[in-house]
Write a protein that binds this ligand. Structure first.
Ligand code: AVJ
Length: 340
């Protein structure tokens, strides 16, 4: 039976190469980009998924965003983690920490330290779409935590969270951490699907730790996503460079403006690129000529903002029980714990 053979081979590979599971190869990544870019460039209004911002340059630009005075999210989340990690470790007594998304290694260490101190930590599973990022993180953490079993997984969390390799998750209570408000990139349908897939991955008694940005004044949100020094504009336009390189496209960054603003009705920041003039772009790998009219906007990201009540509704709706809810002193950002 092919499934048995496949299973056997997989187990054997796992014994020989236990430290990295690749659920998404570079070839898959390019076909996914191709499919998503085609669909997005042909839809009306045009849209591109935000995951394509993050090549090496995009990741560096995002790191620069986290240091901007206007971008409070990362600092606030770190404040909560520093204050609450010990409590979270005591409450969960997790043996395995799975971290979805590269995340700042600094924030991960706060959790790892607390779990190590509680004496329960055995395994760390960093999960990311970006191979270099995951390699560096895994290597650094291995060096710093001798005896910790570090099992990296390369994949796309939206597609693969339900199929995380079981060996990576074996033994003891698990905590899946999804920090940085990356959850805000998903629309309501994708979010529900994600929470349900996550719940099915976990066993009763496991935990989900979620970092989510909170609803606040439009003035502060507008500033956070359209900073004075223009770093967010460069980050937004980076997706055009990714398409130029990986899909042999001919986008000119200078023909687009960065547009970002909070919509209080939908409780999200809408991030777009607006064409300055009418022009045509060739996307050779897709055999596509894409025309933009002057003023036309292409959506590149949404950043949803949350309320405690809204989070409780979606998570309990997906079958989780509330196990903790914390904010920073200013009440800007939330960290919440959910039990399966
Ligand atoms: C990494 C998705 C959390 O939505 O705040 C920052 C990305 N985009 N500035 C966010 C982002 C523009 C960020 N997340």
């Amino acid at each position: 039976m092919p499934s048995e053979t496949g299973h056997l081979r997989w187990n054997l590979e796992h014994v020989l190469l236990p430290k990295l599971d690749v659920l998404l190869e570079e070839g898959d990544r390019i076909s996914l980009l191709r499919a998503e870019a085609r669909r997005g460039l042909l839809s009306r209004p045009k849209a591109l998924p935000p995951k394509w911002f993050y090549d090496a340059r995009g990741s560096a630009l995002f790191e620069a965003i986290t240091r901007l005075p206007e971008y409070y999210l990362t600092r606030r989340e770190r404040e909560i983690l520093n204050a609450r990690a010990v409590e979270i470790a005591q409450r969960t007594r997790a043996a395995t920490l799975v971290e979805l998304g590269a995340g700042s290694a600094e924030k991960t260490r706060v959790l790892l330290n607390a779990l190590a101190h509680a004496g329960t930590l055995r395994r760390f599973v960093p999960f990311d779409v970006c191979v270099p990022a995951i390699h560096d993180t895994a290597a650094a953490i291995r060096g710093e935590y001798p005896g910790l079993d570090v099992h990296a997984v390369v994949g796309d969390f939206q597609r693969h969270v339900g199929v995380l390799p079981r060996p990576a998750l074996a033994g003891g209570t698990r905590m899946v951490a999804f920090l940085g408000s990356t959850i805000g990139n998903l629309d309501a349908t994708e979010r529900t699907r994600f929470f349900i897939a996550l719940r099915s991955l976990l066993s009763p008694g496991d935990f989900f730790l979620l970092g989510a940005d909170l609803v606040k004044s439009k003035a502060r949100l507008d500033a956070a996503y359209d900073d004075a020094s223009g770093v967010t504009a460069q980050f937004n336009k980076n997706v055009l460079r990714v398409l130029n390189r990986d899909l042999d496209a001919s986008f000119d960054e200078n023909k687009f403006d960065h547009v970002a603003g909070y919509d209080p009705e939908r409780e999200l920041v809408d991030i777009r690129l607006r064409a300055r003039a009418t022009h045509v772009v060739a996307v050779r790998a897709l055999d596509l000529m894409v025309s933009f009219t002057a003023g036309e906007e292409m959506r590149t990201e949404i950043s949803t903002k949350f309320t405690r009540a809204g989070l409780e509704k979606s998570l309990t709706g997906a079958g989780f029980d509330p196990a903790g809810f914390w904010t920073d002193v200013a009440g800007d950002f939330s960290l919440s714990l959910w039990k399966r």
